[in-house]
Design a protein around this ligand. Structure first.
Ligand code: HEC
Ligand code: HEC
Length: 392
């Protein structure tokens, strides 16, 4: 099986949207392993096969089990929340609030991320250079104690696992998903199945995709203008939000270890002290590396289904896409008073790509309209990702 790699430049050149003509689309020969994964994930031809670590091969059975677990409140210690509580399919698996509350009532400091195409990111969460596989990250929502999400801890872990062992339907599903291991539920089996299910959450049938595949009427004239502004040197968006997943944090099954990148940027959202600090509750990558230059550095988000995943940014502080674009147009956010006061535009730590630009209302409207073309209605209505308990 062959699939086409459309690089950003080739697509825009092909569509006549910019004058660039630096590269052309290439055809990549897939291995039989990649082709069977493509079939299993029901991937359309224009999307690359995601990276799957060798230690957790995908199977139908793990995907199915992962889907049940994702929607099951039994996975939270006090049985009040499931993954779905913060990752709702109708919102492309985000939750519509700035920052959510966990199962014990703790408010989180970060915004719930949408999960469409999450498998293609090179790192996970808003800002963590150590989470390089979904399996690394998934311990967090289940087991973190600060802040608490699902609230599973060492003392209650056995009780939570026993809930699944006591349910014959789960016993059968765990046995089918892990035929070569001892019977019984383990946290690793839960995480491996959830990761497999989440890897299937692939969004590739937006109006933008139809346009890429040759239906020139799939985008309105306004959206086409927005697409070229997004990819132009005035708005500069594409430098950080590029490729099929609209993020330079990207990897797929063809990405080699020596070419993989783990990008994090400060986009000028805050500048509390004139030196580029962010609110102490969340300074991004700095909180892990303690390198002062990492203050405010976050992973560029995928923009797939972005219309549905507001409020925006790591702390959900920008309510609308218009506010997001006005923030970039200003070259950073100005907060005039209060504890977060400061001018992001003057931050010494913001990326050199966030310089600000003059944009007319019509141009901003066009970029918003283009971003809305990334909404994939098939994805948010796909029964494969819906709550399996509602079918029963
Ligand atoms: C209380 C709300 C809440 C619950 C419950 C929750 N999440 Fe999340 N999820 C979040 C937040 C907030 C983030 C961003 C975390 C960060 O940046 O540190 C996130 C991030 C993620 C990410 C990383 C996305 C990316 O783009 O890198 C994945 C994957 C994920 N969650 C899956 C799950 C799964 C699976 C469950 C159930 C086991 C779950 N979440 C339960 C709020 C929640
Ligand atoms: C220097 C790299 C860079 C450039 C250039 C850039 N972004 Fe971003 N973008 C980021 C980062 C990093 C984040 C996450 C920041 C945070 O959460 O604090 C982000 C977040 C976003 C979000 C919010 C995502 C979400 O899920 O909440 C949107 C929307 C967005 N950018 C759109 C754009 C648009 C439109 C442009 C062009 C005007 C642009 N970006 C230019 C790096 C960039």
């Amino acid at each position: 099986m062959k699939y086409f790699v459309f690089s950003f430049l080739s697509v825009t050149a092909f569509l006549g949207l910019t004058g660039c003509n630096h590269s052309s689309s290439t055809t990549v020969e897939e291995s039989s392993e990649q082709t069977s994964l493509r079939d299993l994930l029901a991937l359309p031809d224009h999307i690359a096969v995601p990276y799957v670590p060798d230690f957790n091969p995908v199977s139908e059975e793990k995907i199915e089990l992962g889907r049940f677990l994702f929607y099951d409140k039994k996975l939270s210690a006090n049985q009040t929340q499931s993954c779905e509580s913060c990752h709702d399919q109708s919102l492309a698996f985000s939750d519509g609030v700035s920052t959510p509350f966990g199962s014990t009532g703790h408010q989180l400091t970060r915004n719930s991320q949408g999960l469409a195409n999450v498998a293609y990111h090179s790192t996970f969460t808003w800002s963590n250079n150590g989470f390089l596989a979904l399996e690394d990250q998934l311990n967090v929502p289940i087991r973190a104690d600060n802040p608490i999400e699902l609230g599973v801890t060492d003392p209650n872990l056995d009780e939570v696992l026993a809930r699944f062992d006591a349910d014959p339907a789960y016993v059968a599903m765990f046995a089918a998903a892990f035929p070569d291991s001892d019977s019984g539920t383990t946290i690793n089996k839960i995480i491996f199945s959830l990761a497999s299910f989440i890897r299937t959450m692939i969004s590739a049938n937006s109006a933008y995709d139809q346009y890429l595949l040759g239906d020139t009427s799939a985008l309105t004239e306004q959206q086409k203008l927005g697409f070229s502004l997004f990819n132009g040197e005035k708005f500069e968006c594409f430098h950080c939000h590029t490729g099929s997943n609209f993020s330079v944090s990207y990897r797929d099954s063809n990405t080699t270890e020596d070419t993989i990148v783990y990008p994090f940027f400060n986009n000028g959202l805050y500048n509390l002290d004139g030196e580029g600090s962010y609110p102490a509750a969340d300074q991004g990558l700095y909180d892990l590396t303690l390198d002062l230059n990492d203050r405010g550095k976050f992973r560029p988000q995928s923009l797939r289904n972005i219309e549905l995943t507001g409020p925006y940014m790591h702390d959900g502080s920008l309510q609308t896409l218009r506010e997001v674009i006005e923030h970039y147009a200003r070259g950073g956010q100005l907060i005039e008073s209060g504890e977060n006061a400061g001018d992001g535009n003057l931050s010494p730590l913001k990326s050199g790509l966030i310089t600000g630009f003059d944009a007319t209302d019509d141009e901003i409207d066009a970029v918003i309209a283009f971003l809305e073309s990334l909404t994939d209605y098939e994805f948010i209505n796909n029964p494969k990702f819906s709550d399996p308990f509602e079918e029963q």
